[in-house]
Design a protein around this ligand. Structure first.
Ligand code: KG4
Length: 342
């Protein structure tokens, strides 16, 4: 197939961000993301409200993405959409939109696994920016609100999970611990900000002892909660007086846990091409720690641009592009899945 002028419209609606993006021949032309403020007062995503907001957002977001890209609707070759994992009601909105767009335009649909999308965000090219993607095979630490995995990436669409969390994800650990110290949802970015002002060695929290390349964050969460409970008994202002140090120490522990297994995976596989992806890879402490580890371990490190680490449709469009090249299309009777594996 001729690889020129393949224009993919990507749709992402797996959680609480409605996003649409246009990618032509692997180069990003637009990436529009509409967040949903409606969840803030609930301290977490309310699935029913999320799907309603997606319904309101999807058409204006797609319209904006097409206009911003400066392409004609008729020039779009395929529509790629997230079909899981995610919230079922949210996924249904994107999937239904993709079906309608595909039928109305007479173009194929491409289903995209959200987690693969996070990994392939590393391959989004930007006009005028040097393109330096990881070389296969590489290891990708995928850390988001729903996942913490170490993935062996053998090719664009050939990936193997070699380690993963057995309970909570790293993003959940950030968000749930942030909630108990009164920070707004999602807590990860707030912890990141306050951690910059605190002492990471002030408090010591527990780290899991589990075999292989797997992760666990539920013990840390419980340890953090009990630690606060005990200290609040003696000083009711403990949290406010120590919030920066609490954030710095919590963040330090999460990063230690993540890096320990990543180093082990690199050693076991002998791979030095190391990448990071997913929302938590926006964390400034994690980025810095990865850079320092890369120097010590002689890794080639790849970190996606900030806007491609969070949920976004550019990563769905780029994955759709590679699937399009392989002729992997979805049928009109496809349904989304809340719990799909990579
Ligand atoms: O990839 P993402 O946007 O959504 C999922 O697919 O889960 O990741 C969202 C997660 C949330 O848990 C959020 O708190 C976390 O990424 N996050 C961060 C930071 N920015 C986002 N965690 C720590 N530090 C950050 N700067």
């Amino acid at each position: 197939m001729d690889k020129q002028n393949i224009t993919v419209l990507g749709i992402e609606s797996s959680c609480d961000d409605t996003s649409a993006a246009i990618i032509r021949d692997g180069v990003i032309l637009s990436n529009v993301v509409a967040g949903q403020k409606v969840h803030e007062e609930f301290g977490g995503v309310v699935p029913e409200l999320a799907s309603r907001a997606h319904q309101q957002n999807i058409i204006p977001v797609v319209d904006r993405a097409i206009k911003r890209a400066g392409v004609e609707k008729e020039s779009i070759s395929a529509v790629a959409f997230t079909n899981g994992p995610g919230l079922l009601g949210s996924l249904l909105v994107g999937t239904s939109f993709a079906k309608g767009f595909s039928l109305a335009s007479g173009i194929p649909m491409v289903e995209v696994n959200h987690l693969k999308g996070h990994v392939l965000a590393l391959f989004i090219r930007e006009n005028g920016v040097e393109f330096n993607p990881p070389k296969f095979p590489f290891l990708c630490l995928l850390v988001s609100g729903g996942n913490s995995q170490i993935i062996l990436v053998k090719d664009y669409l050939e990936m193997e999970v070699i380690g993963q969390t057995i309970d909570d994800a790293a993003g959940e650990a950030f968000d749930k611990c942030a909630k108990v110290i009164g920070l707004p949802y999602p807590g990860g970015p707030h912890v990141d900000k306050l951690a910059k002002l605190g002492d990471p060695s002030k408090f010591v929290f527990s780290q899991p002892r589990i075999p292989d390349l797997n992760y666990s964050f539920s013990g840390l969460k419980t340890n953090f909660l009990y630690f606060l409970r005990d200290n609040l008994r003696e000083n009711e202002n403990f949290i406010t007086e120590n919030i920066n140090d609490l954030c710095a120490s919590l963040q330090f522990t999460i990063i230690e846990i993540l890096l320990k297994k990543l180093k082990k995976a690199a050693k076991q596989t002998g791979i030095r091409e190391i990448a990071v992806a997913g929302g938590v890879s926006a964390n400034s402490g994690l980025r810095e720690a990865l850079k320092q580890t890369a120097v010590k371990q002689h890794w080639n490190l790849y970190i996606p641009k900030f806007e491609y680490t969070m949920d976004n449709a550019a990563m769905i469009a780029i994955t759709g592009y590679y699937k399009f090249l392989k002729g992997e299309f979805a049928r009109q009777d496809i349904v989304p899945f809340a719990h799909t594996q990579l």
